[in-house]
Design a protein around this ligand. Sequence first.
Ligand code: AMP
Length: 567
Amino acid sequence: MKFLPSVLIALLANRGSRQNLTLLGQFCLSLVAVIILYAFLFQFLMHLEEQNHSLMSAFYWVMTTMTTLGFGDITFKSDLGRFFSMIVMLTGVFMLLVMLPFTFIELLYAPWMKAQSNARAPHQVDNTVKNHVIIIHFGPVAESLIDHLNAAQLPYVVVLSDLNNALELHDRGIAVMLGEIDLPDTYRKAGVERAALVATLSSELVNTNVVFTVREVAESVPVFATARSDTAEDVLHQAGNTQVLRLGRMLGLAMARRTHGGDNLAHVIGSFGDLLVAEAAVHGTPLVGKTLRDARIREHLGIAVACVWTRGHMQAAGPDTLIEEQSMIVLVATRTQLDAWDEAFCIYSANPDPVLIIGSGRVGRAAMENLTARRIPYRVIDKLPERAINPEFMIAGDATDRTVLERAGIEKAPTVLITTHDDDTNIFLTILCRRLRKDIQIISRVTRDRNVSTMDRAGADCVLSYATMGANAIYNHLRHTNVLMLTEGLNLVRVRIPPQLAGKTLIESNVRAITGCLVVAIDTEAGTEALPSPDKPLPEIGELLLVGDEDAESRFLAQYRTEGEKE
Ligand code: AMP
């Protein structure tokens, strides 16, 4: 009842609704005209039969006949009168029982219900909301981003133009706002000038329109837009202060970076101050089966092992951490130290056979680009032969058919990258590849975060999610963090040293026990230190490199908000 006036206002403000009301009024008037006409005809025909009835009785007879009640207390005796009765009855059935309910529902009830729903969906963001994220288009990336934002208690709003969509999300507890995404006024109502950023995650054509519409209202708000092509990227950059996310490409490159391609070399995945962060496979090396204490990596090469992860499970580097055949170890070291690592381990089990890439779409092609640059041989399987970039490396066929996989060389390949956009296909392919080869490195893509655990159980060594990749890129900007995914759910995060930790040692502050994050390096003006000693006080200014899963990372950010973020 509270929003009855707003429903009425919405109903009357709408030109279509006003037209509907006019039509309904016209229908009612014609009904009244028919009743009056029939009443006079009734009197005339009764007069011919020498019966006399008052005007009130005439209306009474017409109404009881039209509504098919027909009490039978007033009846015609002549055929003409009875024929007239039938006409009145049929008109009544048509107008009152068919036309009236239909007209009422179509012209009044349905618009009324719509106006009521419309009034229920928010049309604007509260003026008190600031530093919020405005999200255009609700899909897997938005869903993942909203999870991050909720965990960090940061405000957001999803702008949608479809009422049903908006109400469905509103009922799921997601902050939505109804508005046309190509109208500047929508962004004013969304408080774009007070917003931390706008993320437009629709198709590149829609995104271009959104970016330029936003720029009409707010010149400086950062905008993140997803795009597929170089051309769209160029066009979007023209809008100024716009970050273009080529998620397919980013994902393909990240998958390829995780590819050990049969070697045990250190693959750099990021840098931190003067140090490089690298991953290395250990299969076939004398390190397998040893603990870190026995492996003596720091003593021999000066390299700090940050953590060891096996199929998505992270173990913090401790003297008793066991190195298994499928383990990947994360190294924090200088270029020279990594070269020493490569020299020491290049002799073990280098597998010269080509890596398999399933799917030659955007993700697969970006992976090929990275492997080509690293001179790692590969073969591509795709259902569509026309997708081949280089037919020499292409095996046309459906990878769910094991003979196609065999033709592509699955028996010997060191790694398989599963890149199609369909999660069901990717889960099936992961299970199939794992059944065919226990020791192959499987790197799989998921589009929806909810399929990550299924993919882990299917036997993937590393899972990278399209949705998380996009969400991380946006979230990194927002929280001034720098998150690098090791595998889905396990991240390397770079953060400023929180004021609460300055001057305290890692033992005193107990960061690991409180948040679950492992501090693997510190970067200060004096330089970068890998695996800092736990009894040395942290400086006031500098950055920390943390390893942890997403919960640990959220706990860290919630526990130690930096001053910059509090503003
Ligand atoms: P994208 O559209 O960017 O996700 O690219 C997916 C690519 O994977 C397309 O070229 C598809 O033809 C290919 N693809 C999808 N399913 C299979 C499959 N079962 N076997 C081989 N290629 C596939």
